[in-house]
Design a binder for this molecule. Structure first.
Ligand code: UDX
Ligand code: UDX
Length: 434
């Protein structure tokens, strides 16, 4: 099957390489030429564990290639996965500009039957708009179908998630589209769920919003725990031993970031409101998530009293470990607030500093970037943990103690053992427990 991947970002590039590895003939395209040039040389433009070797393996096998020309990718493919970004607008609606423009280009280049597959997370009923757009702009009598095949890839484990999917959701409205997609995912036929397109689109939004709800729920409980002698980690453990709840996605902390949860929760709220459904439950999930930043900043002020001119080490900039992605990372709001309060920040992250420098360029003495956590904590009045990279968990804390001016840690992800760091003389503030 000849497959075109339109948009080779975090989702598109992993999908392209994963489908090639399954033996399909894949051509990837993107508007950003640099991404295409790098991918053609076997260098992903983003960090995902295992992606570079899989890309190089399939380039060598000759069943993946990349082009900057969207037209070429469309004309040479039977199936087109649309993986362009669907960013969020201020009012919560999803910006469908890119999906619409890609649909128009497909219409103008329909040189044979094509199956257009929504891979990007799109609002329910999007397939009707894609179908309408293509019918409006197409210049040939060629037939086409639209389908939905939402992605469930977690950044930091996207390759692994692609290779070991727990479910393949296929939303189709024709036998032909169904056969093509079932054929593509034959290797996973034991876990394919066939639905209509609306159902597939809602499965995606409902799944992400439910996971976000679990996170906001445990963060709400962590505030209760902080007002009592309860320990939120043990509360989560006790809850999670109920198989109906499960232990995952009950880690209290700085809340959820990334390109999906914040956007998908707000998109589902907006979608429901537009359809006349009261979505208050999810509005509260979003509100509780935003509240995490305020709660964390209060802890910093409580620990430091005066933030102005204080040297603060900020460890962790990516929205979660094992990724370089900083989209909706809690660190962005925290850095903004601390700079506004006059702090001098010493930043470190194993992978995400280049991306963060585009938002907060280095500026002496306000914004300094360092090549190791130890350099970042040198002379610092406090150390913040924003992302739970294992590198921070494994740090030699007695060395950190010697380097810091004040032994104060405000931990947004509970990476240390309280008694260990307190025995070293640290004042240690964490989430949902004393
Ligand atoms: C995207 C969507 O944002 C997300 O909602 C969905 O779940 C999966 O696809 P992601 O891959 O993380 O997520 O987005 P991004 O990394 O921004 O990749 C989108 C790519 O499409 C970018 O590389 C961008 O350059 C490219 N693009 C965008 C095109 O090639 N053409 C366009 O018209 C617009
Ligand atoms: C998510 C979904 O997991 C994936 O299925 C979907 O396709 C895309 O969105 P991703 O956003 O990459 O994946 O990362 P994920 O591991 O789900 O974490 C999302 C956010 O929640 C991160 O900011 C993380 O720090 C936070 N999180 C996660 C918590 O705060 N607590 C938890 O217990 C788990």
């Amino acid at each position: 099957m000849k497959i075109g991947i339109i948009g080779t970002g975090y989702v598109g590039l992993v999908t392209a390489v994963g489908l090639a590895d399954m033996g399909h003939d894949v051509i990837g395209t993107d508007t950003v030429r640099e991404k295409i040039e790098k991918a053609s040389k076997g260098i992903p433009h983003l960090y995902e564990p295992g992606l570079d070797e899989l890309l190089r393996k399939n380039l060598k096998r000759g069943n993946i290639r990349f082009t900057h020309s969207l037209v070429k990718a469309i004309q040479e493919s039977d199936v087109l996965f649309v993986c362009v970004n669907t960013p969020q607008k201020e009012d919560g609606t999803t910006d469908m500009t890119y999906v619409e423009s890609v649909s128009r280009t497909i219409a103008e280049n329909l040189n044979s039957y094509k199956l257009i597959v929504e891979k990007s997370t799109v609002p329910v009923r999007t397939s009707l708009w894609i179908r309408r757009t293509i019918n409006l702009y197409k210049r040939s009598d060629e037939d086409f179908d639209v389908a939905s095949n939402p992605e469930f890839l977690r950044e930091g484990s996207a390759v692994q998630d692609f290779m070991n999917p727990e479910r393949i959701v296929i939303g189709v409205e024709s036998e032909r589209a169904k056969e093509i997609l079932v054929g593509i995912y034959k290797k996973f036929e034991d876990r394919i769920l066939i639905t209509n397109i609306d159902t597939a689109e809602i499965i995606k939004h409902a799944s992400n919003s439910f996971l976000a709800t679990k996170i906001s729920y445990i963060n709400l409980i962590s505030e209760l725990c902080e007002k009592t002698d309860a320990d939120v980690e043990l509360v989560a453990k006790g809850m999670g031993q109920d198989s109906r709840i499960g232990p995952q996605f009950l880690k209290a902390g700085l809340g959820y970031g990334g390109s999906c949860f914040p956007k998908d929760v707000r998109a589902l709220i907006k979608m429901g409101e537009d359809l006349g459904v009261d979505m208050n439950l999810l509005s509260d999930v979003d509100k509780i998530n935003k509240q995490r930043i305020k709660v964390f900043l209060q802890k910093i002020k409580k620990a430091l009293w005066i933030v102005k001119k204080k040297k603060i080490a900020v460890l962790g900039l990516s929205f979660k470990p094992e990724t370089d992605d900083i989209r909706n990372a809690p660190g962005i709001s925290i850095i903004k607030e601390l700079l506004a309060d006059g702090a001098n920040l010493r930043l470190y992250d194993p992978k995400a500093m280049d991306k963060m420098k585009k938002i907060f360029p280095p500026k002496i003495p306000k914004i300094l970037y360092f090549q190791s956590p130890f350099e970042a904590v040198e002379g610092a009045d406090a150390m913040l943990i924003i992302t739970e990279w294992n590198e921070f968990r494994d740090m030699d804390m007695s060395k950190v103690r010697e380097l810091m001016a004040n032994p104060i840690i405000i931990d947004g992800r509970n990476v240390f053992k309280p008694e260990e760091v307190r025995n070293l003389g640290f004042e240690y503030y964490l989430v949902g427990k004393k």
